[in-house]
Design a protein around this ligand. Structure first.
Ligand code: PAF
Length: 282
């Protein structure tokens, strides 16, 4: 497995490749990332992963400084998963000057849910992903990039970015990987204490209950949803969580659904100091 630290090195190492398959990450890799790397293998002629903790997508009070950096372990895992090339730029290589040009996703999609509770998050994500795509794919006829469905709204923002800029990149969404008890794997699960880790699965259980209640109320969903969502959040609060949102949305655009729409249930909640997100397509 080769390692590139700069965009120039990356382009040199990718010379001659026609169709890279790319998995962007912020490191501290878990089975969810590695499943994407394995899935990438047959989709392109080089499997590339990036490891870059992107300051632009963190709010000042968030965990940029403490975000786990586990370089040696990540490299060993990537190599075992069949990655050919890791792009791990230092901050000064990725952002050699202040990044004043930014990608501003459509507020209708990016200023709700995660974007409401983490203002600017999708500007940071859109900007770094565009820059990573330029680094990996520029000058190539086509490419594939893989993102986990656990970050459901992020995946939708990136699909829209690729569509609206007509980038020759196929976006593939990987299924959420879960621990044996059902907790969605996340780099941030490592922040949980033992007791919190045992409790953490309650977020996905709350989403399941909300999905079941929404299906039961399908005939008059818009009228029932506010009550069902409030009940789901209250149930988590009663267990000591601080929910940001638990909500049922239309899969197509994450807006409130009408009767008959395909649905996705999404949630974000804080347990102690750890903010977890999860979702469930219904
Ligand atoms: O999902 C992530 O890990 C990050 O948001 C991404 C896509 C690598 C951009 O920094």
């Amino acid at each position: 497995m080769q390692i590139a630290r700069t965009i120039t090195e990356l382009r040199q190492l990718l010379a001659g490749r026609q169709k890279p398959a790319f998995v962007p990450t912020m490191g501290n890799l878990h089975e969810g990332h590695l499943a994407l790397v394995r899935q990438a293998g047959p989709l392109g002629d080089a499997t590339v992963a990036s490891i870059f903790v992107n300051r632009l997508q963190f709010l000042p009070h968030e965990d940029f400084d403490s975000y786990p950096r586990t370089w040696e372990a990540d490299c060993a895992k990537l190599e075992a998963a069949g990655c050919d090339l890791v792009f791990a730029p230092r901050e000064q290589d990725m952002y050699p000057e202040p990044q004043t040009f930014k990608v501003h996703p459509d507020p209708a999609l990016a200023d709700i849910l995660e974007g409401q509770f983490r203002p600017g998050f999708f500007v940071g994500v859109g900007t770094v992903v565009m820059k990573l795509f330029c680094a990996v794919f520029a000058g190539r006829p086509e490419g594939v990039a893989l993102f986990g469905k656990k970050d459901y709204q992020q995946l939708m923002v990136i699909r829209q970015l690729v569509r609206q800029f007509a980038l020759p990149i196929t976006i593939v969404g990987g299924e959420t990987c879960r621990a044996a008890d059902g907790l969605a794997l996340s780099s941030r699960n490592g922040y949980l204490s033992e007791a919190e880790r045992a409790e953490a699965v309650q977020l996905s259980l709350a989403l399941r209950t909300l999905a079941r209640d929404a299906l039961a109320a399908a005939d008059a969903l818009p009228a029932h949803l506010p009550g069902l969502e409030a009940r789901a959040m209250d149930a988590l609060r009663a267990r000591g969580w601080q929910p940001d949102y638990l909500t049922v949305r239309r899969r197509a655009d994450l807006q409130p659904p009408a009767a008959g729409d395909a649905l996705v249930v999404l949630g974000a909640a804080r347990l102690g100091k750890t903010r977890l997100i999860d979702n469930l397509e219904v």
